[in-house]
Design a protein around this ligand. Structure first.
Ligand SMILES: C[S@@+](CC[C@H](N)C(=O)[O-])C[C@H]1O[C@@H](n2cnc3c(N)ncnc32)[C@H](O)[C@@H]1O
Length: 298
């Protein structure tokens, strides 16, 4: 997997011509998780590909170091950190996903992972108070992704009960209450304010020079492109972090130099619908990876 970071100054240098490309989807998400994650994990609407977390951990940390995910979902960052003998800390707002994350970390332990992990059910806007106090100033890496773009989330259910095939969505929701604004998925325009708060808390926990890796992607709201990657960089700067790299994590396989796209049903449907309506949309087969760093003391 290629990853050749070049020294990058603050945000001006984020637009350099040749970003690192991470070949993180040589196998599908379900294949990467099979046997390594409990089956209930499938119900989460926006899981990170395990290979993305694994690559970030291998690249930015060493065995024994501390890795944090303040919005850990089913615990992908934690499980991959444990398998690389790191210590992992996860925070998750929804009790259901926090329980599944804990189950996944127990499975990793049973499978002989050399690291250990703790999962905390709470609001990451208080992450600096929720994390064990002995990790304050010692976290080497944060790997996380904010909730976004519900239009591509969910699994499909096909029924032919009435004789006519029907497609329905399931597993497309983060929590039981869509009005609960404690979950960033429900905060609407306040998402970036809340995310900036979480990044500031992570900054307090990071060691000087420690990194934050955030996966995100542009998405569409009522047809309009929402440039979440650029907004994420701005949120990081507002939280006192330095943008150092912008990489690409492939969601498509690479075969003989060609991309093999594996879109979700809904991503494909959205693009087809847009094209039918005359809007020349393309299928997005990557996530943007924003890398930020805590400044060293001067
Ligand atoms: C994009 S998902 C992360 C998925 C995770 N990387 C994984 O692989 O499972 C974002 C997660 O953030 C959680 N979340 C939203 N608001 C939160 C908050 N205030 N504090 C902690 N977690 C939150 C959501 O419930 C969701 O599980």
């Amino acid at each position: 997997m290629t990853h050749t970071p070049t020294p990058t100054p603050a945000s001006a240098g984020m637009h350099r011509p040749s970003p690192s490309i991470w070949a993180t989807a040589q196998t599908t998400g379900p294949a990467q998780r099979r046997g390594r994650y409990v089956p209930e994990s499938v119900g989460h609407p926006a899981k990170m590909l395990p290979a993305i977390a694994a690559h970030a951990i291998a690249h930015y940390t060493r065995p024994g170091e501390v890795v944090l995910d303040p919005m850990c979902g089913i615990g992908t960052t934690l499980v991959e950190a444990m398998h690389q003998s790191r210590r992992a800390v996860g925070v998750e707002y929804e009790a259901h996903w926090a329980e599944i994350a804990a189950a996944n970390t127990r499975l990793a332990t049973r499978q002989g992972a050399g690291g250990r992990a703790v999962v905390i059910n709470g609001d990451a806007r208080r992450v600096e108070h929720l994390a064990p106090q002995d990790v304050r100033g010692r976290v080497a890496l944060v790997v996380t992704s904010p909730p976004y773009g519900a239009s591509v989330h969910g699994q499909i259910l096909t029924t032919r009960d009435t004789g006519t095939p029907k497609i329905a969505k399931y597993a497309d929701s983060y929590g039981p209450d869509h009005r609960d604004r404690g979950n960033l998925a429900n905060t609407g325009p306040d998402l970036l304010t809340a995310f900036t708060r979480i990044l500031a808390g992570c900054r307090a926990l990071l060691r000087p020079g420690g990194h934050i890796v955030i996966t995100t992607r542009p998405w569409r709201h009522l047809g309009e492109l929402v440039d979440l990657p650029c907004a994420t960089i701005a949120a990081g700067e507002a939280a006192g972090l330095i943008p150092v790299e912008r990489c690409i994590a492939l969601l498509a396989g690479l075969r003989d130099g060609e991309l093999v796209a594996r879109p979700t049903f809904f991503a494909l449907k959205n693009v087809r619908d847009a094209r039918t309506a005359g809007i020349p949309q393309h299928l997005i087969v990557h996530e943007d990876v924003i890398v930020l760093r805590r400044p060293n003391p001067t």
